[in-house]
Design a protein around this ligand. Structure first.
Ligand code: GTP
Ligand code: MG
Length: 332
């Protein structure tokens, strides 16, 4: 029986064969398996692809392919996720990436007034209104440098923060170079997570742009240029001299994750504002219960909800859609 595979299968298969990055290879293998028509003619192909997927997973779990004599060489192509979202900070040399991590976290990256000061990734946790965001500072991307691990790091992150340096004469050329360099590696930056990713050869990454060193752009011309270059993208003006701008940046970064905070309230007690649970925007009472504990979700009978558009203590069913910062009291 013929396999009758769609044309995009062959296209993706070619990209899969050429791909060197194992995380990306895994993503493509899973996509190939997903788009493969499931009938008798593809049984063998389905099985082969499953084997490839499982081998790639093992390889990734084992820390990647072992290169002879380089077993202990440090690898930077993966940062274990922590907190509500992992945000990778990218930009041209000297844009202010490390300064942002320095200003928003307890990490102590090297900040320097010369380019190429950051040599390897470094992570720090930013606390935004009780939610932790994991920031990754990275070496710059330029015609002279594109560390090979950057591609994997970017693909694995939840959000890309692209830092545009308003103080630089070459800001536009620098960000355009980065966009093109990423596209060559099959990574496309996109404005939000509502857009559909339509070409499986590409990884589409939710991106926030920061118009950084905003005090250096007194008449705002650089910000206008940036907005023209990135219509529809979320652009936040930031400066390490303006604490409020950094708080705003964190708010936008968290929003870009497509998640929201929900507060829980034990029966007969005040809400717990210190430890919100994080669920997708438009998530339900049941999602919130699962995020708290599987047991609660499975035994849940109803909940009481406080928040905008509800009356206080409104009794709702598990499929009730929650809103930003709603307070939920679970009844099991
Ligand atoms: N005026 C102004 N200068 C800033 C701001 N943020 C960073 N800088 C300066 O910009 C320079 C570069 O900062 P870094 O944070 O080291 O830049 P980077 O992007 O990490 O640089 P590389 O790691 O070399 O790519 C330093 O001299 C900082 O003091 C800002 O908001 N305003
Ligand atoms: Mg740096």
């Amino acid at each position: 029986m013929p396999a009758n595979l769609p044309p995009q299968y062959y296209e993706l298969e070619r990209a899969f064969k050429e791909e060197q990055d194992i995380n990306e290879k895994l993503r493509m293998a899973e996509e190939l398996h997903r788009i493969m028509p499931k009938h008798k003619g593809t049984y063998k192909l389905q099985a082969e692809m499953k084997t490839k997927i499982s081998k790639l997973k093992k390889l990734i779990a084992g820390g990647g392919e072992k290169v002879h004599g380089a077993k202990n060489a440090p690898t930077h192509d993966h940062v274990e996720k922590e907190g509500a979202a992992q945000i990778i900070i990218i930009g041209a040399p000297n844009a202010g990436k490390s300064s942002l991590v320095d200003a928003m976290t307890h990490a102590k990256p090297l900040v320097a007034d010369y380019p190429y000061s950051t040599r390897e990734p470094l992570t720090g946790m930013a606390l935004n209104d009780t939610v932790q965001l994991q920031l990754i500072d990275t070496p710059p991307i330029s015609p002279d440098l594109f560390e090979s691990y950057m591609n994997s790091l970017i693909r694995n992150a939840d959000i890309v923060l692209l830092v545009a340096d308003l103080a630089s004469e070459t800001m536009v050329a620098d960000v355009e170079f980065i966009l093109n360099a990423l596209e060559e590696k099959r990574v496309l930056l996109k404005k939000d997570n509502l857009e559909k990713a339509d070409d499986p050869k590409f990884s589409y990454k939710n991106t926030v742009i920061c118009a950084h060193k905003s005090f250096e752009d007194e008449d705002g011309t650089k910000q206008v240029e940036l907005a023209k270059l990135f219509p529809d993208f979320k652009i936040v003006a930031t400066s390490i001299l303006d604490e409020e701008s950094l708080v705003q940046l964190q708010v936008v970064l968290f929003e870009a994750t497509g998640k929201m905070r929900i507060y829980t309230k034990p029966i007969g007690h005040d809400p717990d504002y210190k430890d919100p649970i994080i669920i997708p925007v438009n998530g339900t009472v049941s999602d919130a219960a699962y995020a708290l504990h599987r047991d609660i979700a499975e035994k849940l009978k109803f909940a009481k909800v406080w928040g905008e558009g509800k009356f206080d203590g409104q009794k709702v069913q598990p499929d009730f859609v929650l809103g930003y910062k709603d307070i939920v009291e679970f009844h099991v």
